[in-house]
Design a protein around this ligand. Structure first.
Ligand SMILES: Nc1ncnc2c1ncn2[C@@H]1O[C@H](COP(=O)(O)OP(=O)(O)OP(=O)(O)O)[C@@H](O)[C@H]1O
Ligand SMILES: [Mg+2]
Length: 204
């Protein structure tokens, strides 16, 4: 069995601490706060994709990522690092010590995304993804429940969330079992209230 040696925040042979979550949940902000506290570099996946030419624009303005390329690039990292991006579940599972999925109440998420130049469709898609636990499901599918933790960012600041993550990593706080957030109802209220194209989404 692996396990953490004294003072370590990553397990031997598993140098990566991954931070995932719906766009706007605060992955970049939290990673920037967490990395220096742990003395670890932060790898932003969207920058890695850009620098290495691993993405191309698609017809709707979003980015299509070369998943295999990202996977290989992360596999080559030996030094303990914090990796953040909403496709952090692309990290090679056997190289990840812990994957945090950041969560945010859909109403606040909509406020955070408002200043961005998103189409109504993209806004709806992201709010709905938060409601449907999409990033959590991807994370647990990739790693299993044991190494996946969620953290709420609603009405908190990134430093505060980073403190929570640091405590989990240092073994000072037992992370709750994943799956405790129920964001679907609020997400549907918002998505249906946004108007624009597309049918109303119903909860059956
Ligand atoms: N508790 C919090 N934790 C993290 N970010 C927060 C928090 N509260 C507010 N924010 C704010 O939310 C906004 C979105 O954060 P950020 O850009 O880091 O999200 P992201 O998940 O990296 O998004 P993307 O997937 O588009 O890169 C920022 O303005 C950030 O400061
Ligand atoms: Mg970001």
């Amino acid at each position: 069995m692996g396990g953490l040696a004294r003072g370590r925040v990553t397990e031997k042979g598993r140098p990566l601490i991954a931070i995932s979550g719906t766009p706007g949940t605060g992955k970049s902000a939290v990673a920037e706060a967490l990395g220096p506290r742990l003395g670890l570099p932060v790898i932003a996946l969207n920058e890695l994709v850009r620098e290495r030419g691993l993405g191309r624009g698609s017809y709707d303005g979003s980015m299509v990522v070369d998943e295999e390329g990202v996977h290989e690039a992360l596999k080559a990292i030996d030094r303990p690092s914090v990796v953040e991006g909403h496709f952090a579940d692309l990290a090679p599972a056997d190289r990840v010590s812990r994957l945090f999925v950041l969560r945010c109440r859909p109403r606040e998420l909509a406020d955070r995304l408002a200043p961005r130049d998103y189409s109504l469709e993209k806004l709806r898609e992201n709010i709905l993804a938060e409601g449907l636990d999409t990033c959590l499901i991807d994370a647990v599918t990739a790693l299993g429940e044991e190494r996946v933790s969620e953290a709420d960012t609603t009405r908190r600041c990134p430093e505060d969330v980073a403190t929570e993550l640091e405590k989990v990593l240092r073994g000072e706080r037992t992370p709750p079992v994943p799956g405790r957030f129920s964001h679907l109802e609020e997400a549907l209220e918002i998505v249906n209230g946004l108007g624009g194209v597309g049918p109303d989404v119903m909860l059956h």
